[in-house]
Design a protein around this ligand. Structure first.
Ligand SMILES: [Zn+2]
Ligand SMILES: [Zn+2]
Length: 129
């Protein structure tokens, strides 16, 4: 008695795929058909559609020119998940701190206040911060 469930993948060519990432839909990544396109171009993951409209700054279908209908909640959620300015500021602050510490070390070297091995030790401490 053999079960043929594992062979079912041979039918995958007939399955509907997302027109952006070409992956099949599942419970976690449900398909939407946001425009008037039919057939293989009909389905797209909701998450892919959101990313695409954000990236291309185009909210209508390239093929049928149908304007995608925004579903407010997921879109707002996605906006918040985008690049946050706070994180950027933290990164910039860290880089500035490193540059300042290193220029301080270099200044000390120019002043002949510390020796080169001393500098290497210091810079190691700076970069491990
Ligand atoms: Zn997709
Ligand atoms: Zn379309």
């Amino acid at each position: 008695m053999k079960r043929s469930t594992s062979i079912s993948s041979s039918h995958s060519s007939n399955q509907d795929c997302c027109r952006i990432c070409f992956v099949e839909g599942d419970a976690k990544h449900p398909f939407v058909s946001p425009c008037l396109c039919a057939g293989t171009m009909r389905y797209v993951h909701q998450s892919c559609l959101q990313k695409w409209t954000k990236f291309s700054k185009n909210e209508s279908c390239e093929l049928c020119k149908f304007k995608f209908i925004r579903k407010n909640k997921p879109f707002l959620k996605w906006e918040r998940l985008g690049v946050s300015r706070k994180e950027n500021l933290v990164v910039i602050g860290l880089i500035v701190a490193h540059v300042l510490s290193l220029s301080y070390v270099i200044w000390r070297v120019n002043d002949n206040l510390i020796q080169l091995p001393e500098v290497l030790k210091l810079s190691k401490i700076v970069w491990s911060l």
